[in-house]
Design a protein around this ligand. Structure first.
Ligand code: PRX
Length: 567
């Protein structure tokens, strides 16, 4: 059972100072996430506790105590300082979910530099755009990802160091490329953590919008306050828990709750980097006796599809609490999990920009299957009238989900994009870009996004980014990208294209274009369907009308098309 008290009690006298006090943080003092997640836990007497159980492809297993992660992050930090990385330099992590990714995350923060985690599945163009925007100074990667980095290196004058972590010996491999072998390096016992303050930048995550290139969401070290408390109260992490967050740190869930939340609480966590299968996942839970499991609807739907029979082959009785994030969690998934695991998945809603959980099915609170729950204590969440931007007071009306700014993990800026940042605030509210209704008991029910961003398996894909990449293929004249319904991923990417003269439509070209996007951007952004068009629907001013194509895909009413271009 949860030991955190009721939602009502926690909401009544809420103050973020509760977390400040527990973390022994005082205003004006140093606060460094890297230190809090390793050194402090050791100082609290948990140096020998396992911080990380890791399992990779081919059954490779490793484990690290909190003292191990303290030493490893010191060693990485020291190495970065030796080559000249300074506070606030951007250091990109471009690795699979190997231990070095987690250890480097803390090491970069310990020297006051900014961590920029990116999915290792990103193709060269996706990588280039994000490194260029952040003017990243160093990238930490693996041998297998070097070809993609090499492809963009010449175009990135600010990128001075490519650090390879899985080359056997530490040395210079080629211009700008050096190898760093953690095993071989002498562990750094004493290290002076950089004295970052509450507002010092910490993590830079990239997220997608409808227009323009991806935006860098800037977080600060003070975000720890929210991440710590929400991990404790919402994920209900307790001292002896064995926790599994299935998210990759390329995604904010994988950092806020795949590193910072659990480790700042001194909790043992498990990482599985061996692909998805129901068999693998259930075995992982059984083997490590996982008690708290934070996952995403697409994975849950895939498990549902694998059926119930397979579950009886495993002992999953260690599971105590389950939560989900990233996309709408269908009521069937909640009902199913109650049936097969004996407990429901607790939906949570938040965003890269919010940095921590905002709406939640608080432990102990009645779960309404299909609802995201209620705002976390201390968070003022509303739905706004889309025209007036005033809060809607009567229940069951669709409005824009908005929050009153001021919680600790709120983003502080979009990197070098003041204009887009300002657009997120209206009448003192932070606009999420999502729509919902609130019922008469204060529960939020997700309705949909308020823009064209595609949410495929929990990952946001910008139609603009895919359209731009499509135009770089020699056969593509014009392109429009929309979401297409999908049973498992909820949405997948669909591209409508016109061809340049001389190109013949057909399945071979379709496959070639799909692979082109997969290589340039990522497997997630790759269109799962391509439709050839003679002409794309456009406004009279020549703007492609995605919404006409979207409505067609979803069998919805096309709405007002008075601005549609005449033939
Ligand atoms: O559209 C909402 C959806 O995911 C978006 C945020 O995506 P991202 O910044 O990648 O961060 C996701 C993980 C924190 C939201 O604007 N979303 C997130 N959680 C939910 C959700 N949609 C429905 N239900 C949720 N629980």
């Amino acid at each position: 059972m949860s030991n955190i008290g009721s939602y009502e009690d926690r909401t009544k006298n809420f103050d973020w100072k509760i977390a400040e006090k527990e973390l022994e943080f005082k205003e004006g003092h140093t606060i460094n996430i890297g230190w809090y997640c390793s050194d402090r836990i050791c100082l609290k007497g948990k140096a020998d506790r396992i911080a990380l159980f890791y399992e990779g492809f081919g059954g490779i297993k490793k484990q690290f105590t909190f003292n191990d992660i303290r030493l490893a992050s010191n060693t990485i930090g020291k190495f970065l300082q030796t080559i000249g990385i300074k506070s606030e330099d951007r250091v990109c992590l471009f690795m699979d979910r190997i231990p070095e990714l987690y250890l480097s995350f803390l090491g970069v923060l310990k020297i006051g530099a900014i961590v920029q985690p990116l999915f290792s599945a990103f193709g060269d163009e996706a990588l280039y755009v994000r490194l260029e925007n952040a003017q990243t100074r160093a990238i930490i990667t693996q041998k297998k990802h070097l070809p993609k980095v090499r492809k963009v290196l010449d175009r990135l004058p600010y990128l001075e160091f490519v650090i390879v972590v899985d080359h056997s010996k530490s040395r210079v491999l080629e211009p700008k490329v050096i190898s760093f072998d953690l095993q071989e390096s002498k562990p750094v016992e004493e290290f002076e953590t950089y004295p970052t303050k509450a507002e010092s930048p910490s993590v830079l995550h990239y997220t997608s919008g409808t227009t323009g290139q991806p935006k860098g969401v800037k977080h600060v070290h003070y975000s720890l306050i929210s991440q710590y408390l929400t991990a404790k109260w919402v994920l209900d992490l307790q001292d002896n828990d064995i926790y599994w967050c299935t998210a990759d740190p390329g995604w904010v869930t994988g950092t806020s709750y795949g590193i910072i939340g659990p480790w700042s609480l001194g909790i043992t966590q498990c990482i599985l980097d061996a692909g998805f299968s129901a068999q693998n996942w259930y075995k992982f839970i059984e083997d490590y006796k996982i008690t708290m499991w934070y996952s995403a609807p697409t994975a849950i739907r895939s498990l549902m599809k694998a059926g119930e029979k397979i579950i009886s082959n495993f002992n999953l009785s260690s599971l105590r609490h389950l939560a989900s994030v990233g996309e709408p969690l269908n009521p069937e998934a909640v009902i199913w999990s109650q049936k097969v695991f004996g407990k429901p998945f607790h939906d949570t809603f938040w965003q890269t920009e919010t940095g921590s959980i905002m709406i939640t099915n608080f432990p102990g609170m009645k779960v309404k299957a299909g609802s995201m729950g209620k705002p976390f204590p201390g968070i003022k969440g509303v739905v706004l009238n889309p025209k007036t931007f005033d809060p809607i007071t009567e229940p069951e009306q669709v409005g824009l989900i908005a929050f009153q700014p001021g919680w600790p993990a709120m983003m502080r800026a979009y990197w070098n994009n003041e204009e887009k940042y300002r657009e997120k605030f209206v009448k003192g509210w932070y606009l999420t870009g999502d729509r919902a209704t609130i019922d008469n008991e204060g529960y939020f029910w997700f309705v949909g996004r308020d823009d064209d961003v595609i949410n495929t398996g929990g990952h946001l894909v910008s139609p603009f980014e895919v359209e731009s990449a499509l135009l770089e293929h020699p056969a593509v004249g014009e392109s429009a990208v929309v979401a297409k319904p999908d049973e498992i991923n909820m949405e997948v990417v669909k591209a409508f294209i016109t061809l340049k003269p001389g190109f013949i439509p057909g399945p071979d070209l379709e496959l070639e274009i799909m692979n082109f996007i997969r290589r340039k951007l990522s497997p997630i952004a790759m269109p799962q369907a391509i439709e050839y068009m003679e002409k794309l629907p456009k406004t009279r001013s020549g703007k492609i009308m995605r919404r006409v194509l979207h409505a067609r895909e979803w069998g919805e009413d096309i709405g007002d098309i008075s601005t549609l271009e005449n033939d």
